[in-house]
Design a protein around this ligand. Sequence first.
Ligand SMILES: Nc1nc2c(c(=O)[nH]1)N[C@H]1C(S)=C(S)[C@@H](COP(=O)(O)OP(=O)(O)OC[C@H]3O[C@@H](n4cnc5c(N)ncnc54)[C@H](O)[C@@H]3O)O[C@H]1N2
Ligand code: MOO
Length: 393
Amino acid sequence: MISVEQAIDIVRINTKPIAAFELKKVKDAYGDILFEDVLSPINMPPFRQSAMDGYALHLNGSDSYRIIGEVKAGDGHHPILKPGEAIRIFTGAPVPDTANALVMQEKTAVDDTRLKLKSEVVQNENIRPLGEQVLKGQTALNKGTHLTAAAIAFLTSLGITDIKVYKKPTIAVVVTGNELVEAGQHLAYGQIYESNATMLSAALKCLEYNNVSIHKVSDDYKSTLHLLNQVISDYDVILISGGISVGDYDFVEKALDEIGVEQLFYKVNQKPGKPLFFGKKESKTVFALPGNPAAALSCFYVYVYPALQKMRGHLDFSLTKAKAISKSNFTINVNRAQFLKAIYTNGEVEILDGQNSSMLHTFALANALAYVPETSGSIKINDMVEVILFPIN
Ligand SMILES: Nc1nc2c(c(=O)[nH]1)N[C@H]1C(S)=C(S)[C@@H](COP(=O)(O)OP(=O)(O)OC[C@H]3O[C@@H](n4cnc5c(N)ncnc54)[C@H](O)[C@@H]3O)O[C@H]1N2
Ligand code: MOO
């Protein structure tokens, strides 16, 4: 059985950004990823710009200047200042080329057209140089940039309206199990409410996948084979839940093999999530997650999330980790790496009671997984522990 570290490496090596783009309006591209470098069509700022309300000066070494005019934001005129002359100017206004300093009004005294400096003025201070942020033709944002509110605003400030962004991979979720009943329906003895499809769709919604296709299949080989064949031909990424262990009614591995999905790993030395499967068929990526809900979500965070982020073109697809001091004792008596549902606050971590791989309750209270490698033993209060912060909430 491979280790967690090997499994993470195998996922990373076998996923790559999707080679397809779509054209988007910048204003509609929040959360998307740039498919190519974007060059600036203008200098930003497009002119030397005042950063203060005050006076622009043509320095002459003295503290006294003659005020010859005014420029406010939006003005298009361009007064010429001789040494010893000043103009009234306002924040955002274009600074004439002949002005080489700008003083804020609080540091001046004015008597009619005469300006007196109350303190020393440094050359070019309070003047934003032409193209200070980016010059025309330079790269404004690199391929792989995540389009946050700031990135969208920056592109818009350059006058850019249309961009190429990575297409998102299409995703199908398949849940398996005879026992599964939809919430809201009557629960007969032996049945449970289906929650993994809802959980994975919610997690995917956080990653802006709003059109995930959900499928359900009973524990029957032929139906499993048929459905998996269909979704593998129709979608880029297939997330399967359940039916991946070794029971007589676990058909997922056999069906994937029959369909020709190359098994890149099956079973990881971890708790929860031991029977995790990862495979590929040409460009299609398949994760078979354990049916136990907390195991499925743990595997989603640790393996599926980074893979999806990488496929979507994100440059940084790693998980956010921190070191924390344990506030709990926790006995580990199996030789498997552990992902423990935990609450991380300000450098400390509380490992929750109830780590069973079916326990969504504990997961719902947690905000992190404490990671204990397979070589470490039990955890004692004040031990330093690595935590993985939930990438989405
Ligand atoms: N003999 C062995 N038995 C098991 C092993 C093993 O190594 N040898 N591994 C155990 C581990 S660890 C796990 S994890 C589970 C994984 O089993 P499956 O992935 O085949 O999942 P199922 O058996 O289908 O379901 C497990 C559990 O989860 C519930 N479930 C399934 N799907 C859903 C859903 N969509 N929503 C809510 N709950 C779901 C299901 O009812 C079961 O209770 O195997 C162990 N067995
Ligand atoms: O690998 Mo399982 O998730 O421990 O029950």
